[in-house]
Ligand binder design. Structure first.
Ligand code: FAD
Ligand code: MLT
Ligand code: ZN
Length: 467
């Protein structure tokens, strides 16, 4: 039997796609790459995933695990060979169990993040992972990339929320590690090895994730600031006044917000045209709405009096709060509307971010007159999306072809000089693979290669990604 016939026998011919329009599986979200798959396989159970991997390993055909295909670094789509199998986890989307006493949820890898958030809330809990792609990204993809998002400041990355995993390894064996344990020191931490490995070490089929109490009240404010240094000051003030109540702190540059105003005119973007930066911040309170408002108002008054912020809007109700967050979440969409761009998802110690932006902006503007810089991101985590858009009127594709390597070198060298990392939350994929050797030590890379070849000696899991 040839591979396609074997796959048909395992998952049913209707779930092995080999013809028609497969662009939803073959093209990445940013439209940076359109590959060609041998087939798209959509298993329904962990056992089927294991059999698919065994069949592909026997045929020496490589596998690209895929969730919602919202990744930013071209890690979830096939190469151009027409010889890779895309393994879509989308049909494995059940919430298997909520253990209220243990405050955990066990969920299949293909479950859409928003559906998991909703299921948790229905059971009276918060599942805090939150990002603009939550309507289509999956928990398997979130763990595969160790996703961050807007609540990391208080609750951590996907890794910090995960207690256990079920994984199909490169040999097609199932590792059942769905522990709900908060402590377990029994040898090497396989869970943490799999998280953030971008589908190169194993296929996550299910996960046990932490749940949290729902806050009694959540308040959102939007403030304008004279500079990024003031945003860092506001972060310090907010951490002092709100302590663990500070659950979100996002910064947005003026040009980033102008793109939202331009491409989504129905959104009313506050204060964007009066200041170089705005911040959206969230205070979650476990006492009462009145307590939350008193603390939040006090913080904003202090920040205004000290000249840290120039103006502010505090949402009166949940609808207004959601509208403010929606504006922030529209930035990547508005940027995509504006055209192809060079994304940098970087991590820098918070205290050094203003200096990094000032020096790197100056270098880029000198190198490329008219270049437009789209700055926004998770300032509370020291994670900036420092993106580079072509000069107004220029062709985005031509700009990328001519400038991307030089721009990356300039930005990443500056990141290194400021003690940072070239990938904070999006991962490496294939887009940043060739950059990694320049910014990671040879010893670290050797150890990573040793892990890869020990766990996947045939190199069939997402080859060409990360390493
Ligand atoms: P995919 O894109 O399908 O896959 C991503 C990687 O994980 C690939 O390498 C893939 O092979 C691997 N993978 C997928 N499923 C599995 C599995 N079951 N087992 C093993 N490996 C697997 N990221 C952030 O961190 N923070 C943000 O704030 C954020 N915001 C975003 C906003 C928008 C509008 C978009 C489009 C993306 C955003 N992202 C963000 C990027 C993206 O990483 C996340 O959307 C998400 O984590 C990817 O999940 P996915 O299911 O779409 O994974
Ligand atoms: C975000 O924070 O909105 C994302 O990481 C997406 C992006 O960087 O464009
Ligand atoms: Zn982000």
């Amino acid at each position: 039997m040839d591979l396609i016939e074997t796959l048909n026998a395992i998952v049913g011919a209707q779930h092995v796609l080999t013809s028609g329009d497969l662009s939803a599986y073959e093209q990445d979200w940013r439209k940076r790459w359109h590959g060609k798959a041998l087939a798209v396989v959509r298993p329904a159970t962990t056992q089927q995933v294991a059999e698919v991997v065994k069949a592909c390993a026997a045929a020496k055909v490589s596998i690209v695990p895929q969730g919602g295909n919202t990744g930013m670094v071209v890690g979830s789509v096939p190469d151009a060979s027409g010889q890779q199998v895309v393994l879509s986890l989308q049909r494995m989307n059940a919430v298997r169990q909520i253990d209220a006493g243990n405050m955990t949820v066990t969920v299949e890898a293909g479950c859409i993040l928003q559906n998991l958030q909703d299921a948790a809330e229905k059971a009276g809990f918060l599942f805090p992972l939150s990002l603009a792609a939550e309507g289509s990204c999956t928990i398997g993809g979130n763990l595969g990339t160790n996703a961050g998002g807007t609540q990391v400041l208080r609750y951590g990355n996907a890794r910090d929320l995960c207690l256990g995993l079920e994984v199909v390894n490169a040999q097609g064996d199932i590792w059942s590690g769905l522990s709900g344990l908060r402590k377990d020191n029994t040898g090497y931490d396989l869970r943490n090895l799999m998280i953030g490995s971008e589908g190169t070490l194993g296929i996550i089929t299910a996960a046990t994730m932490k749940l949290y109490p729902l806050p009694v009240a959540s308040l959102t404010a939007w403030a304008s600031l004279p500079s990024l240094a003031h945003a860092v000051q506001l972060l310090g003030l907010a951490q002092k006044h709100l302590a663990s109540g500070l659950t979100g702190f996002e910064v947005m540059g003026q040009f980033a917000l102008s793109l939202v105003a331009k491409h989504f005119p129905q959104q009313r973007v506050p204060l964007w045209d009066s200041a170089p930066f705005c911040v959206v911040l969230e205070n979650s309170d476990f006492e009462s709405e009145a307590h939350a408002r008193e603390r939040f108002d006090h913080l904003m008054e202090q920040a205004l009096d000290a000249g840290v912020i120039t103006d502010a809007v505090v949402a009166e109700n949940l609808t207004q709060a959601k509208a403010l967050w929606h504006i922030r979440e529209c930035i990547p969409l508005a940027q995509a509307e504006e055209g192809l761009n060079i994304k940098h998802d970087i991590s820098i110690p918070v205290s050094r971010i203003p200096e990094f932006v000032e020096t790197t902006d100056a270098l880029l503007k000198r190198a490329i007159p008219g270049v437009r810089l789209v700055n926004f991101g998770h300032l509370g985590d020291g994670n900036l999306h420092y993106n580079v858009q072509c000069p107004a009127g220029a062709d985005g594709k031509a700009f990328l072809q001519a400038q991307e390597p030089g721009v990356n070198k300039l930005v990443f060298d500056s990141v290194l000089a400021h003690g940072g990392s070239i990938s904070a939350e999006h991962g490496i994929g294939s887009l940043k693979r060739d950059e990694l050797p320049h910014y990671k030590s040879a010893v670290a890379l050797d150890m990573m290669r040793a892990v890869k070849s020990a766990l996947d000696p045939l190199g069939i899991l997402n080859p060409g990604r990360v390493l």
